[in-house]
Design a protein around this ligand. Structure first.
Ligand code: FMN
Length: 267
């Protein structure tokens, strides 16, 4: 099957599609039109770059057409200061209001996270959403049991606080989102962490709080009960767990993180 769909009337023969194809599948024929290199179409990773870069919407592939894409114009660029503030303003939120996140808003946040990069564009990340105070408490309690049985002193204070009714595991969040992937994806863990990072930022933009649930991730490695309560499919690893909810507080300033520890080399 041919990979490319070319509207020769619209194509301006700029060659940008060939320049951006990461698998070097696209070249230009003698007329300057996009052409597939012989026997390369099966390598296409459906990244959509050729379709996205085409200035006239002349190019589609068997996987995607310009009509499936969201148009972009230079005015869609974010104001730099606002964008940088967004990164600085994100905080790990540990106090939440009891109101759940409206499903449409959570869907939008997940759709944004789904745009995150993934190795070879394999998009291995699967999401599992848990809501409901009872089920969330079950997850937190199962985590605490793994801590209690670990013999690790570091956990003692957390276990004591939880036993006194303070949820130091899930912090009263209303939603717990897990990014997981199957063992067939060697970059699954990295892809999940990247996607969850996008999720955290998207939630922050929408006015929701988020916090990595590291205790849950650790407990899920050792406890079938935690994995079962998280609703993970067989064989999947919980590579990223994120608490979400409406924050019960606002931060008044961005904390200082000191100088960036960077090393530089140049010719
Ligand atoms: C992988 C990872 C796991 C984390 N696990 C937890 C956790 O289980 N509980 C918690 O309260 N915070 C957790 N955090 C949040 C960190 O403590 C937090 O990012 C750090 O203190 C810096 O604060 P900030 O995120 O507001 O900049 C985790 C963060 C990361 C990246």
């Amino acid at each position: 099957m041919e990979l490319l769909r070319i509207d020769t009337e619209r194509c301006v023969r700029c060659g940008l599609c060939a320049q951006v194809c990461p698998l070097v599948i696209i070249t230009q024929d003698e007329e300057g039109l996009p052409a597939e290199r012989e026997n390369t179409a099966s390598r296409c990773i459906n990244c959509g770059h050729c379709v996205s870069v085409c200035p006239t919407g002349a190019l589609g592939t068997v996987h995607s057409s310009p009509e499936d894409c969201t148009p972009l114009s230079p005015k869609d660029l974010l104001d730099t200061d606002a964008a940088f503030r967004l990164f600085g303003m994100r905080r790990s939120v540990r106090r939440y209001l009891p109101e759940p996140i409206p499903p449409a808003e959570l869907d939008r946040i997940l759709e944004t996270a789904h745009m995150a990069p993934s190795a070879s564009n394999l998009r291995p990340v699967r999401w599992t959403v848990v809501e409901g105070a009872e089920r969330l408490h079950r997850i937190a309690a199962a985590c605490v049991e793994t801590m209690r049985g670990s013999g690790n002193d570091f956990y003692a204070g957390f276990v004591r606080a939880f036993d006194k009714g303070h949820d130091v595991i899930l912090r009263g969040c209303t939603t717990l989102v897990t990014a997981h992937s199957g063992p067939e994806f060697p970059w699954g863990q990295v892809d999940c962490v990247i996607a969850a990072t996008h999720l955290e930022l998207a939630a922050s933009v929408c006015g929701y709080g988020a916090c990595w649930a590291g205790f849950v991730m650790r407990a899920a490695q050792n406890s079938d009960e935690v994995r079962e309560a998280l609703g993970l499919p067989e064989g999947h690893a919980a590579h990223a767990c994120m608490m979400l909810g409406r924050p019960a507080l606002r931060y008044a300033r961005i904390p200082s993180r000191g100088p960036v520890p960077v090393r530089r080399f140049a010719d």
